[in-house]
Design a protein around this ligand. Sequence first.
Ligand SMILES: Nc1ncnc2c1ncn2[C@@H]1O[C@H](COP(=O)(O)OP(=O)(O)OP(=O)(O)O)[C@@H](O)[C@H]1O
Ligand SMILES: [Mg+2]
Length: 280
Amino acid sequence: MSPATHLEVTQPRLLHRSGGLRCEGASWRRRSVFVKTRESHAPHTVRRFWQEGEIASRLCHPLVVPLLARTPTQLVYPWIEGRTLRDLLQEGPLSPDEATSVAWGVLEALAYLHDEGITHHDLKPENVMLEGGRAEAGAVRLIDFGMSHLQDLPDGAEHLAMGTPHFMAPEQFGGVRGDPRSDLYSVGALLFDCVAGEPPHKDALAWLLGRPQPAPQLPGPAALHTFFGRTLQRDPARRTAEIRELQACLNRARALLNLPQLSLPDVLGQPGDALTSLWD
Ligand SMILES: Nc1ncnc2c1ncn2[C@@H]1O[C@H](COP(=O)(O)OP(=O)(O)OP(=O)(O)O)[C@@H](O)[C@H]1O
Ligand SMILES: [Mg+2]
């Protein structure tokens, strides 16, 4: 990782600004990059930005975007040529084939994160990039570790309800940090959004606050409903905690729908293929 205090990027183009951060596409060392720059000195922003860099700097997995370089005010990631899952969903819901494939890839990325002691805590279609805009497991590139929690690292956000209401597990809303089962709830909400075109609860805050809500009408073919039942439980103890079991559940649904089974070698293609654009 570069020891520089400021990295000179060229050809910056502003993507967006929010929460004291500026996001740009740019060029760095003759490669296309995505740069997040911290503009605020507010203690919470400084802390979260440092935490994002600390967590992102440990990542090395083909379905997770790695960090290339960091300074106290800059995080530099490889530019992903593609679209976010949210961009894709603007055009309408995905087919069960596409939706289960993307969810399978997200689970694969999560299995890696959770093994590393990381809980993402902000899984949503905006934070899933798809290389080449393809709705496929092997195209998944997980981004945005701005809310993530790393075991053994002082968190600084204990008891804070950080996340995005429509995709946030109820215990996360209650301030629980670092429970990997919260991410599994979010995958359930993400698959729901992919199939239905909207997340499970219209009034997400009311659901999170425990106010009586009509049970959501489960979307898509019945073969997918077991997965929703295993992830979208209010009580984390009632969710399936094993990611491999959730992937198997998606594959059972795919079998019922006459869709091919997903496996890691198939998803990643020939060794190195999925890595080329990230690691060259
Ligand atoms: N590596 C990348 N390559 C290309 N585009 C990216 C990359 N990383 C992020 N983006 C785009 O920039 C957006 C914002 O990135 P990110 O989610 O990391 O920042 P953020 O400040 O946390 O934003 P938000 O508050 O909207 O979540 C993403 O939704 C995506 O559209
Ligand atoms: Mg984001």
